[in-house]
Design a protein around this ligand. Structure first.
Ligand SMILES: [Zn+2]
Length: 240
């Protein structure tokens, strides 16, 4: 799905039937500086991601870089395969990089999460580490697609980051926010390691001028994006 000149959202079904919903990867096109994939699905989804790229008229080998918003297995999952197929450079925040690279265990699923969702164990066993080539830090600006600002948004994980595309005013929020049918929500509390910084991160995102928000879980929010961000901040502060 094309949401701006240079930005596609690639919905990848979580399972073969699509019954468990979709993961929403972002593809940022740049003819001069190369194409960028944001997040890489679950283990075993490289083929589905390749098909989604083809729909956006891109081949896997035309990926120049992969940015991970964070370390979770549904974001890093097929990264290693895609890197082997494309030679893409991998970028992530230094706080999550050791977990992505397998130098430290993934922080999730926690033992409690595994108890609630035992099916995650099998997925975790299939997770392949991915080498991180470059670190991204808060305020970094990538000269891609008119400019992308890196925003450090910890909480869901210690090294979570979001991306703000200045020209189309698109916010790629990763798991800092979720959505349902165009309605913006806060992060999933049961999957968020530390809600306090997570809320602080959303306050920072609410300072941006945003036209479209892409939530990895829940997809695109295109109506009243700024207003919805402010509403989520208010709702979360009230819950506290
Ligand atoms: Zn996720």
């Amino acid at each position: 799905m094309r949401i701006a000149d240079s930005v596609h959202v690639l919905p990848i079904p979580r399972d073969s039937q699509g019954a468990a919903g979709f993961l929403n990867l972002s593809l940022i096109l740049d003819d001069d500086n190369g194409n960028t994939l944001v997040d890489a699905g679950l283990p075993g989804q490289a083929e589905a991601i390749g098909a989604a790229l083809a729909e956006a008229a891109i081949e896997v080998r035309e990926l120049r870089r992969i940015i991970f918003t964070h370390q979770d297995l549904d974001h890093v999952g097929s990264g290693a395969v895609l890197v082997r197929q494309s030679g893409a450079t991998v970028l992530a925040h230094p706080a999550d990089a050791p977990h992505i690279e397998g130098r430290q265990r993934p922080l999730k699923p926690s033992p409690e999460m595994l108890e609630q969702r035992p099916q995650m164990r099998e997925v975790l066993e299939r997770l392949e580490p991915v080498g991180v080539d470059e670190y991204l830090e808060d305020g970094d600006r990538l000269d891609l697609a008119g400019g992308i600002v890196v925003i450090f948004t910890p909480g869901h994980t210690p090294g979570h980051l979001s991306l703000y595309l200045e020209r189309p005013k698109v916010l790629v929020a990763g798991d800092a926010l979720t959505a349902e049918g165009g309605h913006l929500n806060g992060p999933n509390p049961s999957m968020t390691l530390d809600m306090r910084p997570a809320m602080q991160s959303i306050r920072r995102l609410a300072e941006l001028d945003v036209e479209t928000i892409v939530c990895y879980h829940g997809g695109v929010v295109g109506e009243e994006a700024n207003g919805q961000l402010r509403r989520v901040v208010q709702e979360l502060s009230r819950q506290k």
